[in-house]
Structure formats: C-alpha cells, structure tokens
Design a protein around this ligand. Structure first.
Ligand SMILES: *Cc1c(COP(=O)(O)O)cnc(C)c1O
Length: 233
C-alpha cells in the first residue's frame, strides 16, 4: 500500500470525524452532510486512490478539468461542478456533472434548462449567492434574486436543490459564521416567498478552513480540497 493511500485515508478519517462531531454538536444526524472532495489540486493517481477509499463525490472548479478527469477515471463517481460555468461549456458538462453549484445568473439558468431539455437530462442545481457582498465573489446579489425568485419555478428541465456560497478567506472561521447563517436565513425567506414551491433543501457551504462552522449553521454539502490532500506527495 502506498504512502498516498495512507495519507489520504488518515485525512479522510480526520475530516469525517470532524464532520460527524459538528453534526452531533448541532443536533443533526451524522449522515446529513455530504462530503464533496475538491480535486482541483490533485493528480489523477491521487484521485483514483481517493475513490478506492470510498470517496465518490468529487468536485472540480474548471469545467474543462472536470471533463478531462471524468474521462480518465472509472467507477461510479458523482461529479460536482463548483466553479464558474461558461455558457459555451454547458452542453459538454451536463452529461457528466450530476450537480452544478455555481449557477450565478438567470441567463445561465435559462441556458442550462434549455440544453438539459434538449439532452433529456435533469441536472441538480445550486444557486450561488454572494451573501458576503465581496466584490470579487461570483453569485447572485441576494435581494435581486429575492425580487426575481418567481421566475425560478418556471424551469422545467432542472432541479433547483438549494443554495451555495463562498465565505471570505479568514484565519478565524468564527468570523465568517454570520455568512453561513445569512445563507440559511436567505434560503428560508426564498422558500417561504415561493409558498414552498421551491424546496432548497441543500446548502453547499464550508471549505477546509471553515466547514465545521458551516455545518453548525446548516450546511448539507461541504466542499473540501486541501484538508483531504495535505501531505500527499
Ligand atoms: C477550491 C475550492 C474549494 C475547496 O477549497 P479548500 O480550501 O482547498 O478546501 C471549495 N469551493 C470552491 C468553489 C473551490 O474553488
């Protein structure tokens, strides 16, 4: 067994324990959080080992890299597109990615819906919301999305499953707790406004530095890269 396997196994075990502990602290079932491994910094050999260890939810930031990796890896992998999806990449990405976390405009949503219809697919989508208000971050501006949310129920070929956000990178995760809480509260307002026609059960929030706080605030998916691959070489 290689060093790669041993380090990955130890990292995966440590992350999983911390996810479970955060669930228990917040009175949630330990299986209420899906660990999505972000593989953008990993090579294919490492990813193959990770899949062999049972980690089958994988995410890529760049659509082209997702397509390249998906073509090289076998097994029942669930792929998540988590970074900007250019409109000219939709047709290639939809047959491969089960989840798209980075839907950041109604124009993109509308294109995804149309192409999903043509391909006879029904992708799982998350709307990326810029709750922190950082100018550098992608995503819907919350109040604009709220005003236009009637339009979200008009798309027939997609499942809008929830919301995604990225918190500012900070040293102390407590200092971004309010961002995660704001996403959850915003989700609750959207669901209420839609008279529950929108469900939005999923909240994709939390990365290596802040996932425990995100879980305490209701994350159902955490996107973790460096904590899984650290020390692997
Ligand atoms: C890279 C990336 C992550 C994972 O970041 P880590 O800090 O390495 O865990 C999560 N989400 C998105 C959108 C990313 O691009």
């Amino acid at each position: 067994m290689s060093n790669v396997t041993e380090v990955l196994r130890a990292n995966l075990t440590a992350v999983t324990r911390r996810i479970h502990a955060a669930c228990i602290r917040s009175g949630r079932p330990v299986d209420s959080v899906r660990l999505v491994a972000v593989t953008k910094m990993a090579n294919v050999v490492w990813i193959r080992e990770l899949v062999a260890l049972g980690q089958t939810d994988l995410a890529e930031n760049r659509p082209q890299q997702l397509l390249d990796r998906a073509a090289q890896l076998e097994g029942s992998i669930v792929w998540h597109q988590i970074g900007t999806l250019q409109r000219n990449k939709i047709r290639k990405v939809l047959p491969v990615a089960d989840w798209i976390h980075s839907v950041d405009s109604l124009a993109l949503l509308s294109d995804i819906d149309r192409i999903a219809g043509e391909l006879n697919l029904r992708p799982n989508l998350l709307l990326q919301v810029n709750v922190s208000g950082e100018a550098s971050k992608q995503g819907f501006e919350p109040e604009l999305l709220f005003e236009q949310s009637d339009r979200l129920t008009a798309f027939a070929h997609v499942s809008i499953r929830g919301l995604m956000t990225m918190a500012p990178l900070v040293d102390d995760p407590e200092s971004v707790r309010h961002v995660f809480r704001a996403l959850r509260e915003f989700r609750d307002r959207l669901v209420e406004r839609s008279h529950r026609r929108l469900e939005l059960d999923e909240l994709s929030m939390g990365m290596s530095g802040d996932y425990e706080v995100a879980i305490e605030e209701g994350a159902t998916m955490v996107r973790i890269g460096s904590a899984i691959f650290e020390g692997v070489n």
